[in-house]
Ligand binder design. Structure first.
Ligand code: 8ID
Ligand code: ZN
Length: 349
């Protein structure tokens, strides 16, 4: 029994505010499913969307959210491989053309026609959300929907980023922005992949969390007099980490990482601070053979792999559950840098 009306968090203008309102429930098109979202993580990307931080306009009015975990309640007539009652995840890549050069090679995030949940199409900050059946994440029924929701963007993205880094088991990776949503999951995925991690962030609460998540060292970027020196000193031979995963929402570390990464090391850029530029000295980058690259969410296979790590119990990161109605409070905390881990919204309240 699908209701006609539902609660959602909507913005009407760039800059917000988000409004908790009753809106219509949409009907799925032939290749779509309608998902009763139970829980949705709040990603910093959702805040970038509200603030219009990026050179890519959002749909307006917009229902944000792209870490939605829920139950399929309706499907279009072309959908054959997702059943009513299945547990699925609505992720950032809501759909893609499935036929362009990139889709053919399973690089769906690079598809120029990709639909973005909570950005170019309405997302998971509502009780009933539309998604293309081909792209919903398949969730085993033994997985709790609240705990798994952050995996649907943060988990997939950092797992992909770690693979893109080329770091091998036994090597050391610096996680920059380790105290946030992506950073907390990055430490868990890294450990599950046999990597050692140095966490970089600020504050005692985040430092304590990062130790619990398995990082053997913590560099407080606000207290450190020389982040470059401190990160290198935290590696056993002082030569720096083999890779750097940048998930901070601040330009500075994007211009610093190439200085402390190990020779032949890789800097993976994931965070998307507004208006930021990468900068690295040509001389050092050349003679130290540094790689600097971007990494953008993950494809469908990365998604199922990231979820399988989770299902096996290898990934445990802290999250707090509040009501969908409290989204503005979560954004306020995010702006203040006050969130250690992730907030997850319960759409029933
Ligand atoms: O596919 C992608 N590339 C992708 C996917 C998902 C999210 C990219 N993102 C982007 C988001 O849009 C956002 O820009 O990743 C970034 C991080 O998202 P998040 O983890 O959801 O943000 P958060 O929870 O607010 O955590 C950010 C952390 O960075 C720290 C903060 O203290 C916070 O813990 N940080 C900052 I701000 N400046 C720092 C610095 N100089 C820093 N940590 C270390 N050094
Ligand atoms: Zn996200």
């Amino acid at each position: 029994q699908v209701p006609k009306r539902q609660m959602a968090q909507i913005i009407y203008n760039v800059g917000g505010p988000v409004k908790y309102e009753e809106i219509d429930v949409q009907e799925p098109a032939a290749d779509e499913v309608l998902v009763n979202i139970k829980f949705s993580g709040v990603c910093h990307t959702d805040l970038h969307a509200v603030n219009g931080d990026w050179p890519l306009p959002t749909k307006l009015p917009l229902v944000g959210g792209h870490e939605g975990a829920g139950v399929v309640v309706a499907r279009g007539e072309l959908v054959k491989d997702v059943e009513i009652g299945d547990h699925v995840g609505v992720k950032w890549i809501n759909g893609s053309c499935l036929s362009c050069d990139f889709c053919q090679r399973s690089d769906e995030p690079l598809c120029s026609k990709a639909l973005l949940s909570g950005y170019t199409v309405d997302g998971s900050f509502q009780q009933y959300c539309i998604a293309k059946a081909a792209h919903v994440a398949r969730l085993h029924k033994d997985i709790p929907l609240d705990a798994v929701s952050p995996v649907l963007c943060a988990g997939i993205t950092v797992y992909k980023g770690l693979k893109e880094s080329g770091a091998r088991p036994g090597q050391t990776v610096a996680i920059v922005g380790a105290g946030g949503g992506l950073g907390s999951l990055a430490q868990q995925y890294a450990r599950a992949m046999g990597l050692k991690t140095i966490a970089i962030d600020t504050g005692d609460a985040k430092a304590a969390m990062c130790k619990e998540l398995g990082s053997y060292a913590f560099v407080d970027f606000a207290k450190s007099k020389d982040v470059v020196k401190d990160v290198q000193a935290a590696t056993p031979d002082g030569l720096g980490p083999h890779a750097v995963i940048l998930v901070a929402v601040n330009e500075k570390p994007f211009q610093q990482a190439a200085e402390y990464v190990r020779p032949r090391g890789t800097v993976v850029c994931i965070g998307l601070p507004a208006g930021a530029y990468l900068r690295a000295p040509v001389f050092d980058s050349v003679i130290r053979m540094i790689t600097i690259k971007g990494s953008y969410v993950g494809n469908r296979h990365d998604t199922s792999e990231a979820l399988e790590f989770y299902r096996q119990g290898l990934i445990k990161a802290p999250y707090k559950v509040v009501g969908l109605s409290e989204l503005q409070m979560v954004y306020d905390k995010m702006v203040a840098g006050d969130i250690a881990g992730r907030y997850v919204l319960d759409t029933s309240r």
